[in-house]
Design a protein around this ligand. Structure first.
Ligand SMILES: Nc1ncnc2c1ncn2[C@@H]1O[C@H](COS(=O)(=O)NC(=O)[C@@H](N)CS)[C@@H](O)[C@H]1O
Ligand SMILES: [Zn+2]
Length: 474
């Protein structure tokens, strides 16, 4: 694949930088001839594979992975009125099989409740079948009308991890919501992505849900990105799809359900938050290549240097660090440029001087350079990788929290959301919430978990200890 010769725009021109970077680092090719649908390059796909293997490992602790059909018969999709109201203008339809029109049009799944729950009705009979905790990682389709962007707002969501659980009681489902939030917190922390969990206002919850808890992070341009959601569905879908179980008194009860989803937006967050003017900066947990070894060879001594490089690669790989040796005949400078663009966390330079000192030169992606002894090399590199992981999270976290500002008036909030999140009091009334959105031009992200603060609603003046975050969001 041709390497773009263009230079990367500066990051403070965020959307230009972001789009160009996806191409130059060969993450996603945005040239596919359907709007909102993009192609994973092999390198991008290797990032996705590593990130989603980490997500699978977390899910597999107490969920089972499965696979449901992509095609959903129209009657099933239309069954849950609130759900379909939320999705009817986003659903793609299949109307023909070859040349013959289909009697029953089929929807491409926008999300899979209406594919899964008719089967849950067949599968769940008694208390013994609960709790049921399944998930799948599939592509889903949404005819998005807001601006589409690679990894952020796609019409084919290629990496949609959706979990669907069923429980005996509302409280059991509520407990599952908390477990899901813990699992998501763990996952995003492993990606060095900071977040705030916001309880979405009722008018912005998932269609058909009792309530929605959303994970929001802050992108460098001050816009909020919803990187995951956890929904308590109560018995609404159970009543619609008649999903019941026999309780220990022999009575039939509706199940209580939850569902929670993450998409490739988690990768958009890693790229957007950590990248810099030289390209991607991948936290080690998200980096397909964690260390690239660059031989520094001069006229003579090349063979010996290459031998030591091969040895170092083997030592690192044997200790579980993914290291590659770039022994192509490009100039070192060209190699540095290429691997920095691809966000490799560490580079190890080895030349005759390093060999003489029985050491290697370790260069961290953000420029920190240090000669480290060959003895105990893999442990040292392992520690440096973990330090980098933590430093990236701290830097991103400090940035996010520095961009949350308490605003007493709507005008103050309007100004603040140009660069971050405005925290305001809110009486909880929908009319006031919508007015806050109108005046600020932002969205109410909802009530941030763990934050309270007494004040007065900036619209109606009522005293309240509820706070909300307001933001410009993707
Ligand atoms: N068009 C899109 N492109 C990329 N990611 C998206 C898109 N729409 C939603 N997402 C991501 O997918 C997550 C889950 O989507 S959702 O609508 O909120 N929830 C559901 O669909 C539920 N069935 C939980 S699986 C969202 O939090 C968001 O991070
Ligand atoms: Zn109010």
């Amino acid at each position: 694949m041709e390497e773009e010769s263009k230079s990367l725009p500066p990051k403070d021109n965020f959307s230009e930088w972001y789009n160009e970077l996806l191409m130059m680092a060969q993450v996603m090719d945005v040239r596919y001839p359907i709007k909102g649908i993009y192609v994973w390059y092999p390198f991008g796909f290797s990032i996705r594979k590593k990130v989603y293997n980490m997500l699978r490992a977390l899910m597999d602790v107490d969920h089972q992975e499965c696979y449901f059909p992509m095609l959903i018969p129209k009657p099933e999709l239309l069954k849950e009125s609130e759900h379909i109201k939320g999705f009817e203008d986003e659903v793609y339809w299949v109307t023909h099989g070859g040349l013959s029109p289909l009697e029953i049009p089929l929807a491409l799944r926008p999300t899979s409740e209406t594919a899964i729950y008719p089967m849950y009705k067949l599968w769940i009979r008694s208390h013994a079948d609960l709790p049921l905790k399944l998930y799948q990682i599939v592509n889903t389709f949404r005819y998005e009308t807001k601006q589409t962007r690679p990894l952020i707002r796609l019409r084919e969501i290629t990496s949609f991890k959706e979990a669907h659980t069923a429980h005996a009681t509302w409280e059991d489902a509520e407990k599952q919501v908390h477990e899901a939030m813990d699992l998501y917190s763990d996952f995003f922390t492993k990606l060095s992505v900071p977040f705030v969990i916001n309880k979405r206002p009722d008018w912005d919850k998932f269609p058909g849900a009792d309530y929605t808890m959303a994970f929001d992070t802050l992108m460098p341009n001050g816009r909020s990105l919803q990187i995951g959601t956890v929904h308590h569905l109560g018995t609404k879908f159970a009543k619609t799809y008649d999903i019941t179980y026999e309780d220990d008194k022999g009575e039939r009860q509706y199940v209580n359900q939850t569902c929670y989803g993450i998409s490739e937006r988690c990768i958009a967050a890693v790229i957007g938050i950590h990248g810099d003017n030289k390209g991607l900066v991948l936290p080690p947990n998200a980096a397909p290549t964690q260390v690239v070894i660059i031989p520094i060879v001069f006229k003579s001594g090349g063979e010996e240097v290459l031998d030591v490089c091969r040895k170092v690669k083997a030592i690192l790989n044997d200790s579980g660090i993914t290291a590659v040796l770039d022994d192509t005949n490009e100039r070192p400078g060209a190699k540095y440029y290429k691997w920095e663009m691809k966000g490799v966390p560490f580079r190890i330079e080895i030349g005759p001087r390093d060999i003489k000192n029985n050491a290697v030169m370790l260069v961290r992606r953000d420029g920190v350079k240090q000669s480290i002894p060959m003895d105990g090399l893999s442990q040292t590199v392992q520690n440096k990788l973990m330090d980098f992981q933590a430093e990236l999270l701290k830097k991103a976290s400090d940035f996010m929290w520095s961009r949350i500002k308490d605003c007493a008036t709507l005008d103050e909030a309007k100004a603040q959301i140009e660069s971050g999140w405005a925290r305001m009091s809110w009486c909880g009334e929908k009319a006031c919430g919508l007015e806050m959105e109108n005046v600020t031009g932002g969205k109410l992200l909802g009530e941030p978990k763990g934050m309270t603060g007494s004040g007065t609603c900036p619209v109606c003046g009522k005293p309240s200890d509820k706070v909300v975050l307001v933001a410009k969001s993707y």
